[in-house]
Design a protein. Structure first.
Length: 189
């Protein structure tokens, strides 16, 4: 069992090239998340990354509004900086212990929530922009059981859609995507 910070570092390393490759003309492209285009998904993901830094420090989070952080030219650098801060926050002593913020959930569960968001939304962005995204195998191995365990709560909160059926021989990551309500074969066409 790896530390959340190690898993986040591995996911960030794979997500950053996808985010850096998003061009202005792709910001209005659809994503596998029907409620988000690329711009809205990036803003959502940045908002998640910032709020889960606070949750790692056992502080409250504020998901009430999502600011537009893509308005300037430096949002990709901002994403790199904020994900680096996220990794640092979850590497701090005690970050994985006890309960976290107003969510009142075990800290490690909350860590897997942000790991799932970052991993799955990197795939969403890659699909939406025609990029390749291969998640870290160690991340997927640990994320699979965590996503399965969180699925009922995540569906109740509206964070996951209904599970999508996949073949019995689907990869672990395809099953993670399907559990979150995504079609692993989704294409913008």
């Amino acid at each position: 069992m790896k530390a959340i910070s190690e898993l986040l570092r591995a996911t960030t390393a794979r997500a950053l090239p996808v985010v850096r490759a998003v061009t202005a003309d792709k910001l209005t492209a659809p994503t596998p998340c029907p409620e988000y285009d690329v711009r809205a998904l990036i803003n959502h993901l940045l908002h998640v990354v910032v709020n889960f830094q606070a949750l790692a420090a056992k502080k409250d989070s504020d998901f009430s509004t999502t600011p537009d952080r893509t308005a300037g030219d430096d949002w990709q650098a901002l994403f790199a900086d904020e994900t680096s801060r996220l990794v640092e926050a979850w590497a701090a002593p005690g970050a994985e212990e006890g309960t976290t913020g107003s969510l009142g959930l075990p800290a490690r569960t909350v860590g897997f929530m942000v790991l799932g968001d970052l991993t799955v939304h990197a795939w969403d962005l890659a699909r939406a922009t025609g990029r390749r995204y291969d998640p870290d195998p160690d991340v997927v191995a640990e994320l699979g059981p965590a996503v399965e365990a969180m699925a009922p709560m995540a569906r109740e909160w509206g964070a996951f859609g209904e599970a999508v059926r996949v073949p019995a021989d689907a990869s672990v990551f395809a099953r993670v995507l399907a559990t979150t309500g995504r079609d692993p074969g989704w294409s913008p066409r």
